[in-house]
Design a protein around this ligand. Structure first.
Ligand SMILES: Cc1cc2nc3c(=O)[nH]c(=O)nc-3n(C[C@H](O)[C@H](O)[C@H](O)COP(=O)(O)OP(=O)(O)OC[C@H]3O[C@@H](n4cnc5c(N)ncnc54)[C@H](O)[C@@H]3O)c2cc1C
Length: 414
């Protein structure tokens, strides 16, 4: 793989960009791999990358039914933060946030990580107490957050209305090194690095069955034929229940659509990320100038990947009262993704009842921020059978009632 650099750009400019190679190869599947990962979203690709980088496993295939990054990884609002309440969550999300800091250099691919700061507004006394508690927990966990006053909120985000018609702003949980990254670039950067290590990324190839023998995985049937493997990682977000069913076990997970939309681009007006969980909406401004807007998840299980009028209405109502200047903007486009929700709003990174099959899912409305940490831990689990990062997130927690309750941290998603 040729390294990307300022020198390479200058050289290609001189020869009319005829020398760029393909970013990743498009191979036909081999008969057998040491590891097959189903799902070329961020979590699947990051898992493959760290299997190669940290554990020397490169006889790996990543199988994707659509195009890589075309699932939730390419549909999210790109918020990155690690201000969760429980220790196990803070550990994996902070690991991920730390890896985002150096991801562009590590992958030699500009993922446009922008640690512009993330603010979660407290708009009721209850919410304020909750965030104060999180700030104290984060201090113990080594996650840099603080609870800030309404005056400081206004200083950081002048476009905010502190005295909305329904809820005043009473302060905010502020994580200065939280922010955003370019979601497609994260998938593309990992894909390019995986391909460079000799791994096969097989797109437009749907897994239709999981084959087993004597309680052990032997491979997968796909639309491109049977592919054998010694270990199988299932990393398919909203389709996790279906893949688990193919493998002969059940998951405590639901699939729902989560929606987002962007406004027409405007001049820079907001240089941090703001989440208003009580009124239910969140906002950042993309480098192109669009206001990137998200709200809640659908109230019913479904597999749609599109938006709906009820969500535009609900989310716009919430944001217009918090940021009155938004009322004059036009909506540019809207979309949805299928997210995988667990009861405690925490992910599952686990061995399964089938020998050789591992599952990574349940990131729900907030897994983009976790991609590198999840890949790091899940690769370790798959390669060695144990990872300190994933130990608490096993499937057995649902049987044992040992939940990792993050319903507040994930209140409005992300
Ligand atoms: C609108 C929206 C906004 C969001 N905002 C944020 C945010 O701001 N911050 C944040 O941290 N998170 C956010 N999220 C959540 C985040 O996007 C997801 O948690 C994360 O991208 C999940 O990544 P993944 O790799 O697990 O799944 P995906 O990217 O969905 O990848 C799974 C892949 O598996 C493939 N697949 C499924 N079935 C099969 C099969 N049978 N065979 C082969 N391949 C298969 C799919 O095609 C898909 O490409 C948001 C999600 C949505 C929808």
């Amino acid at each position: 793989m040729r390294r990307y650099s300022a020198f390479a750009i200058a050289r290609e400019a001189l020869r009319h960009h005829t020398g760029w190679g393909r970013a990743w190869a498009a191979p036909e599947p081999k008969k057998h791999y040491d590891v097959v990962i189903v799902g070329a979203g961020g979590h699947g690709l990051a898992t493959a990358y760290y299997l190669g980088k940290n554990h020397g496993l490169t006889n790996v295939a990543i199988i994707e039914k659509g195009w890589l990054g075309g699932g939730n990884t390419g549909r999210n609002t790109t918020i990155i933060r690690s201000n969760y309440l429980q220790d196990a969550s803070a550990a994996i999300y902070e690991k991920a946030r730390g890896l985002y800091e150096t991801m562009s250099q590590d992958l030699n691919y500009n993922v446009m990580f922008s640690p512009r700061g993330v603010m979660m507004l407290a708009q009721t006394e209850h919410e304020k107490r909750g965030y104060l508690r999180t700030a104290h927990a984060n201090a113990l966990q080594g996650v840099a957050t603080e609870f800030i006053t309404p005056e400081r909120v206004k200083q950081i985000a002048p476009i905010i209305n502190l005295d909305g018609p329904r809820y005043p702003v009473l302060g905010a949980l502020w994580q200065p090194r939280g922010g955003t990254a370019r979601h497609d670039a994260v998938a593309w950067g990992y894909a390019r690095a995986c391909s460079d290590m000799g791994m096969d990324i097989i797109q437009t190839c749907e897994v239709t069955a999981v084959t087993r023998e004597g309680g052990k995985v032997t491979g997968v049937d796909t639309t491109k034929g049977h592919i054998g493997c010694t270990k199988l990682g299932i990393v398919v977000a909203g389709h996790s229940g279906q893949l688990a069913e193919m493998a002969g076990f059940r998951l405590p997970i639901e699939a729902v659509a989560l929606q987002a939309y962007v406004s027409e681009p405007i001049k820079p007006a907001l240089d941090c990320v703001i989440m208003a969980n009580t009124v239910h909406g969140y906002l950042s401004q993309s480098d192109k100038g669009e206001m990137v807007i998200g709200g809640g998840a659908d109230n019913h299980n479904n597999f749609t990947q599109r938006g709906s009028f009820s969500h535009i209405e609900e989310t716009t109502r919430a944001l217009v009262e918090t940021f009155p200047m938004l009322s004059r903007l036009k909506m540019l486009r809207q979309w949805g993704g299928i997210v995988d929700m667990t009861g405690d709003r925490s992910p599952i990174l686990s061995k399964t009842p089938v020998d050789g099959i591992f599952i990574n899912c349940g990131w729900g409305t907030g897994g983009f921020k976790a991609i590198p940490g999840s890949g790091w831990g899940f690769a370790e689990l798959m390669a060695t059978g144990h990872s300190p990062l994933t130990a608490e997130f096993g499937l057995e927690r649902f049987r044992e009632g040992r939940f990792i309750d993050e319903s507040v941290a994930a209140g409005v998603a992300h």
